[in-house]
Design a protein around this ligand. Structure first.
Ligand code: FAD
Length: 295
């Protein structure tokens, strides 16, 4: 199928783009890499009168050290993130998640902001943003604001962004010494969206206790989720807690796991527990081998 006819807009600045979104209202949407929106338009899951193309907006691109973390412009492609030494050093969890997104052709066009704003429940980046406590920067004609990742994802393809608001960048705070990161997912074929997955960040204190942790889940709800109760229980406990228990505990928090042709809710929980356990084990191991002085 082909998309229904739409009018194409190519603003030259973020201010112009948000002005257009405000003026055109609900019949308009931003388009970044088009890797989620174009299939939805082609299948007529979405019908829009106006598309506001973000690709000319240099302001939305870039990777830099800022405010104690790594700032990445929303329009930065997933391929650029994958190649970035800055991301590899400063946000290893994001670097490790990126090759799991689709195929390289998709990553060449797909953007960080597109993935986060689209908020697919099975996407990797939203779970990474949750696990790392990322801060999402948004701009509208009313000004700029920052939204904590935990307040951003609201449900299936639904976020805290207003219709005339653009995601401009994401700040991934740097975790301290003795931190470890891992992402695990299960998909039927490489490049498919995951049936279930987990992104884990752990920081140990000098007594090998868990100083801080983040467990982001994907494919296991209506949106990316964070296993907050499990995180709270783990914080302060010894790092050698059995990984299987962490997986089971994270799954026990879930109340509405999807059931579809890719797998029943029970199957997803079974897989999800294993993904959390594996990611937890690897993250703790990585945190443990780092010297406390290795900031
Ligand atoms: P677009 O498709 O252009 O836009 C998506 C949505 O985000 C739209 O609603 C748009 O209005 C909004 N948007 C975009 N940018 C902004 C912004 N700056 N501010 C506010 N709103 C914005 N993704 C995964 O995570 N994991 C996978 O395994 C995966 N596999 C895929 C396999 C295939 C075959 C395909 C086609 C896609 C796959 N994707 C996967 C999706 C891919 O990662 C997309 O790149 C991503 O979901 C959307 O990014 P985009 O830049 O293409 O956004």
């Amino acid at each position: 199928m082909k998309p229904a006819a739409f009018e194409y807009h190519a603003p030259a600045s973020v201010q112009e783009a948000v002005g257009l979104l405000a003026e055109l209202g609900e019949d308009a949407k931003a388009i970044a890499g088009g890797q989620s929106l174009v299939p939805m338009l082609a299948l007529r899951l979405a019908v829009l009168d106006h598309l506001v193309d973000l690709r000319r907006l240099e302001e939305l691109r870039g990777i830099e050290q800022r405010d104690g973390g790594v700032w990445i412009g929303a329009g930065t492609t997933q391929a650029t993130i994958q190649r970035s030494a800055e991301v590899g050093r400063g946000v290893p969890l994001l670097a490790r998640a990126t090759p799991l997104i689709g195929h390289f052709q998709i990553r060449n066009r797909g953007t960080l902001g597109g993935s986060i704003a689209h908020a697919d429940a099975a996407a990797e980046y939203p779970a990474v943003a949750l696990a790392l406590d990322a801060r999402l920067e948004a701009t509208s004609p009313r000004g700029a604001r920052t939204i904590a990742a935990r307040d951003f994802f609201q449900g299936m393809w639904s976020t805290a962004l207003q219709a005339d608001e653009l995601l401009t960048g994401v700040l991934f705070p740097q975790w301290g010494p003795r931190s470890g990161f891992a992402i695990e997912e299960f998909a039927r074929r490489g490049g498919d969206f995951a049936i279930a997955g987990a992104a884990v960040a752990v920081q140990l204190d000098t007594d090998d206790r868990i100083a801080r942790c983040g467990i982001g889940l994907f494919g296991l709800g209506q949106a990316a989720l964070r296993a907050t109760t499990t995180e709270t229980q783990l914080t302060g406990s010894a790092a050698d807690v059995p990984a299987g228990d962490v997986g089971d505990s994270a799954m026990a928090e879930l109340d509405s796991v999807p059931s579809d042709l890719h797998g029943s809710a029970d199957y997803r929980k079974h897989v999800g527990a294993a993904m959390v356990a594996r990611a937890w084990e690897r993250a703790v191991q990585e945190a443990g081998v780092q010297e406390a002085s290795n900031a």
